[in-house]
Design a protein around this ligand. Structure first.
Ligand code: RTP
Ligand code: MG
Length: 156
């Protein structure tokens, strides 16, 4: 795609519990990619929060595993901004299954830092609409209509 014609976008990225110890290397790769980190926080989701975040996977066989994994430790959530960022961040992540990533895209984040098809280092919104929903989840808009004010009270 032609970068000059790409629209400026925001997306939600998240370093999953298994890769939080690799945060420095992952943030370096984002920096080198030219995408800008415009918000960032570390927090430990509880099961209800994780279920809300992954609502699109209700009914899927891997949901229970996924919720246990994502609540097993802190995550680092961030907003990325730039031209074509939704797709560019997914590209930098590589395929969902880390083993497939090592074959098909060896320099991708999941190839380098993922373990298998569940513990795969990082999350990326899969479109502009899910990016908006997921950004609102981690970084609720401030103001009189602000929702979920009790959420993440225990966040650093
Ligand atoms: P993500 O949402 O984390 O960026 O990953 P994705 O779009 O590539 O994958 P998705 O299909 O949305 O799945 C969400 C996460 O669920 C875990 N998963 N486990 N068969 C399995 O064991 C399985 N399939 C998916 C992964 O952590 C995946 O990223
Ligand atoms: Mg997904």
């Amino acid at each position: 795609r032609n970068r000059l014609t790409m629209k400026k976008e925001k997306t939600l990225g998240m370093i999953k519990p298994d890769a939080v110890s690799k945060m420095g290397s992952i943030l370096d790769l984002i920096y080198l990619s030219g995408m800008k980190i415009t918000k960032l926080k570390m927090c430990h989701l509880n099961r209800n929060e994780a279920f809300e975040f992954y609502q699109e996977h209700q009914g899927k066989p891997f949901l229970d595993n996924l919720l246990s994994y994502i609540t097993s430790g802190p995550v680092v959530a961030f907003e990325l901004m730039g031209e074509g960022t939704v797709g560019r961040w997914r590209e930098l992540l590589g395929p969902t299954d880390s083993a497939v990533a090592r074959k098909e895209n060896p320099t991708s984040i999941r190839a380098r830092f993922g373990k298998d098809k569940t513990m795969n280092a990082c999350h990326g919104s899969d479109g502009v609409a899910s990016a908006a929903r997921e950004l609102e989840f981690f970084f609720p808009s401030v103001g009189p209509s602000r929702k979920n004010t009790a959420k993440f009270d225990d966040c650093t």
